[in-house]
Design a protein around this ligand. Sequence first.
Ligand SMILES: C[S@@+](CC[C@H](N)C(=O)[O-])C[C@H]1O[C@@H](n2cnc3c(N)ncnc32)[C@H](O)[C@@H]1O
Length: 656
Amino acid sequence: MNNDILYMQTPDLNKERLIKLKELFPDIFTGEGKLDIEEVKKIVDPQSVTDVEKFEFRWFGKSGAKRLAFTPTKTTLAYDKKRSVNPDDSNGNMIIEGENLEVLKCLLAGYREKIKCIYIDPPYNTGNDFIYSDKWDESKEDYLEHIGVTQDGIKLDTNTEASGRYHSNWLCMMYSRLLVARQLLREDGVIFISIDDNEVHHLRKLCDEVFWQDNFVATICIQANKGGQDYKDIAKTHEYLICYTKYSETELNEIENKEKKLPFNDNIGKFEIRELRNRNPKFGKFNRPNLFFPIYINPNAKNEDGFCLVSLIKNDKYFIESYPYNSEGKESCWRWSKPLIEKNNTEDILTTQVIAKQKNDGNWNIYEKCRKTTSKVKTIWDETNVRTEQGTIELRDLYLKGFFDHPKPVSIIKKCIEIAIQDKDDIILDFFAGSGTTAQAVMELNREDGGNRKFILVQVPELTDEKSEAYKAGYKKISDITIERNKRVIQKIEEETKNNKDLFNSMVTEDKSISNLGFKVYRLAKSNFTRVDFKPDTTKDENENNSLLKNYIQDKEFIHLSMVDEKIVLDEILLKNGFTLNYKIQKLPDFSKNTVYNVVDGYRGCLICIDMNIAEETFKILQEYKDKVFICLEKSLDTSMKWNLTHLFNERLVSF
Ligand SMILES: C[S@@+](CC[C@H](N)C(=O)[O-])C[C@H]1O[C@@H](n2cnc3c(N)ncnc32)[C@H](O)[C@@H]1O
């Protein structure tokens, strides 16, 4: 029933006229269906429109979203020991419960440029998705509640098409997060984003802006549903995976191709042949003159595969001349230089790397013998194990059937990691973690190849639906499912290893210890340094406000800090001073009047003391450590101690 009849009113003619106008002139409407008055003015009074036309991507709220991305956070990450699994074996693996923009900002100091690979699977904006909406002007309490700093979890808003800012809301949400995420990526970092037709076109433009268009690698098409959505006129069977690198020089890995057949054999092993001519039209004699030269062929000594020996020198044996011409007769070039060919060429067909073969038309091609069993990843992924139903099966295998809708198949994320990561020690980040598939992919890959990759997952404490299986089983927040799933993955791997079963077709043997199978859970929390609540008095000048702040720190913050668990305060101070949360801490026995720790995290080191007073004797012992960074609380220093420590450590003294 249409709404006019429902409300017993006459038809809304304004609405009707707008619909007609849109049918006739869709170009004067915004992408979100609103009449664009500026476009109308351009028709009726072009002189009145003075805006400079330029190529840009704009939407409602864009500048606010950018500002928000670069506004500091007043939160921190608090360790949740109870929900952690094998924390002593976590080796940097973390599941963080919290709103991802705030969490990413918290991670920024310690993890800037340390993340090698990001995989995310954000809400696709289908019209029914729950989208977190950032609020820019709310009170402190509302803000903390809003970002999920509450034990009870939060409800996200549904972003419906009727909202009028449907695409803008989604773009704002993604823009600020991607801007911060880019800072976390290493120089050679790679990001993969799952998406579908609802926002793929906007996401490409957004990423072109955030990561820059030259760093676009590919849009991969994944056959998610073989049968297709047949309620549409054309049954849609695919979704997308967008890939960008931080810098265009970054090289991605080929991956092992089990189906690849190497048809030929020589003394070195199996091989296939690959044309030595560079088939890329961007290269040729015109820009690579040194790679354009003749190679001479000995046609009289063919082996059973029809391969002949070659030489760079013409003589009685090697007399057929071959230049790198393309099929149209244009001058291209070789892929190898003369010295490289010399190095790889022998006079024995069973050991040489360069050969020639005659084509059916009588001409000759020069080939390299190629022995690798890897190949470049293609832009269409249609294996059975990337289909959506596979993700559901994987959750069922962990006895979590129906606990989470549409988890991604583990294989998709494994493949992303294999493409992006060379060093098996690197960190993978997923800040739309959902059921936590990314952690499973990382742990499984590590078990398969003995790697030591680490994961950081972020999941907002979004409430599960009261009617859902998960809620009934006691998982009130999606983050509870993220944690539970990966706890079960660990248990499963541990059991399988103990039973000496080769669960993941790996090389795991009975005596191989189970290491790095654990994770720490952190929660987004209000900073322990309550000075973030201090509001300057607008009637006072800067100096007066500074001394008010100092008093505030001495009184309120001091009382608060003395009540908080020491580990939580250490975590916050170290994280904000650029340490990763995977730091190693050791109490130094030579200090008897204060507790002084030595901290290292693989990137940096320091001494830290968070006692409320620093004793004279401590200062004397600290002389032996004067090359280190020393971190302490400002409150612990009286004027003379501050002077002494400043002279001892110079800029390596950090007090706050
Ligand atoms: C499409 S799901 C990801 C599914 C995941 N790839 C898997 O395999 O289970 C997106 C997830 O992002 C979470 N999410 C949405 N907005 C968020 C935010 N602002 N911060 C953190 N998580 C958020 C949602 O709660 C949801 O669990």
